[in-house]
Design a protein around this ligand. Structure first.
Ligand SMILES: [Zn+2]
Length: 342
C-alpha cells in the first residue's frame, strides 16, 4: 500500500491536468523536464515484506511467536541455512519486495535455473522463503498483521508525515548536493516494517526497483527513525547514481586507494559509511529537528569505529560549517584515518 503519493507524481499529474484544462496553466506543463527532476521517497507498507521480516526475527515486538508458527519459522530457518555468511538472506530482500505475492515468488522460483556446483543455492533458499510465507500468511491474517500495520501507520502519522515529509525535499537536496551525488530523479522505495533483524534497517538491490530500503519503525525511537530512513536513502541514491559518479563518497574511496588502502580493507567501507552517518545526522538536525542526536551516538555506531568516527566528524563538520572546502575535507579525512590506523 502506498502511504502517500510522491511529490514527483503529484507534480506530473498536476501538469497533465493543467495542460488539459487551462491554456495559462498549460505553460507549467511546457517547462523543461529538467526543472521538475527531483528524487523523492516512496513509503510503502507491504504485508508480504513485513511478514518476511517477522519470520526472519521469529519475534513480534519482543514476543516469541506462538507454536503454530513453528513450521513456517523452520522453513525460513532452512532458507537462511542455504545462504550462510555474506549477506545471508538479505540478498533476497529486493526479490521479495518486487514480487509482492507468494504466487509471483513461486513463479520466479520456477523460472530460476537449478543451482550449479560452486554457486550459492539461491533458488533453493527462495523456494523455502516462498513456502514459509505461504504457510504463515493465514496466521498473519488472523490479527497480528493488522496490529503490525497499525504500528507502522502510527509511526508514519506521528513522525514521517508530520516531520519528515514536509522537509523531505530539503533533506534530499542537502544529501545530494552535500555528497555531490547526481540527482537521477529516483523515487526511493522505502518499505516500512514493524520489526526486522538487527540493526533494523537495510538497503538492497532489486532488478525491478533498482534498489529498495527496508526500515523497521519499531527499532528506532523519535527522530532516530528519520535519520535511519535518510541514511538508507543515501545508500539507494548512491546506487541510483551509478558507479564512479564522482561523488564525495567515490572520491573518498579513490583517495584511500591512492594511499594504498586495499579494496578489502575495512577502512574502505567504514570511512565513506561513517561519512553517510555524519551527513544524515546533520541533515536531520538542520532540516527537521535541531535537538536530534546522531544515530552514531545514540545507537553506538561511532563507538564501534572510534578512530574513523572522530576523524570523519571533525573534518566533515568543518566542511558543512563552511570552514573547509570539500576537497580539503576529503584529503584530511584520508590522511587522518591513515595516521590513526598507522
Ligand atoms: Zn548504511
Amino acid at each position: 500500500m502506498h502511504l502517500h503519493l510522491s511529490r514527483r507524481h503529484f507534480i506530473q499529474q498536476l501538469c497533465a491536468a493543467a495542460a488539459l484544462t487551462s491554456p495559462l496553466l498549460g505553460l507549467t506543463a511546457a517547462l523543461p523536464r529538467a526543472q521538475l527532476r527531483a528524487s523523492s521517497l516512496r513509503f510503502q507498507f507491504e504485508p508480504l515484506v513485513d511478514l518476511y521480516f517477522l519470520l526472519r526475527t521469529g519475534t513480534d515486538r519482543g514476543e516469541i511467536l506462538p507454536p503454530e508458527w513453528r513450521p513456517a519459522l523452520d522453513r525460513m530457518k532452512a532458507a537462511a541455512d542455504y545462504l550462510p555468511g555474506g549477506g545471508g538472506l538479505d540478498v533476497l530482500n529486493g526479490l521479495i519486495a518486487e514480487s509482492g505475492s507468494v504466487a509471483e515468488l513461486s513463479r520466479v522460483v520456477a523460472g530460476m535455473p537449478s543451482t550449479v556446483a560452486g554457486r550459492a543455492p539461491v533458488r533453493e533458499a527462495l523456494e523455502a522463503v516462498a513456502d514459509a510465507l505461504g504457510m504463515a500468511q493465514p496466521l498473519y491474517a488472523q490479527g497480528i498483521g493488522a496490529t503490525r500495520r497499525e504500528l507502522v501507520m502510527e509511526a508514519t502519522a506521528q513522525r514521517i508525515d508530520r516531520v519528515l515529509v514536509p522537509g523531505e525535499r530539503e533533506c534530499l537536496t542537502y544529501i545530494l548536493s552535500g555528497l555531490e551525488l547526481p540527482d537521477r530523479d529516483f523515487e526511493v522505495p522505502v518499505f516500512l516494517v514493524a520489526n526486522a533483524p538487527e540493526p533494523g534497517s537495510i538497503t538492497g538491490r532489486s532488478r525491478r526497483l533498482t534498489t529498495a530500503c527496508f526500515v523497521s519503525v519499531g527499532a528506532y525511537p523519535g527522530s532516530t527513525l528519520l535519520e535511519v530512513i535518510l541514511h538508507e536513502a543515501t545508500h539507494a541514491l548512491e546506487v541510483a547514481a551509478g558507479p564512479d559518479s564522482g561523488s564525495v563518497l567515490d572520491r573518498l574511496r579513490a583517495g584511500l586507494q591512492a594511499q594504498g588502502v586495499k579494496a578489502t580493507d575495512p577502512l574502505m567501507r567504514d570511512v565513506p559509511h561513517t561519512l553517510m552517518f555524519v551527513h544524515s545526522g546533520e541533515t536531520v538536525r538542520r532540516a527537521l529537528d535541531p535537538t536530534h542526536i546522531d544515530y552514531g551516538d545514540s545507537q553506538g555506531y561511532y563507538a564501534k569505529v572510534p578512530d574513523v568516527a572522530s576523524v570523519v566528524r571533525t573534518h566533515w563538520m568543518d566542511q558543512l560549517n563552511g570552514q573547509l572546502s570539500t576537497n580539503m575535507a576529503i584529503d584530511r579525512m584520508v590522511a587522518g584515518v591513515l595516521k590513526q590506523a598507522g
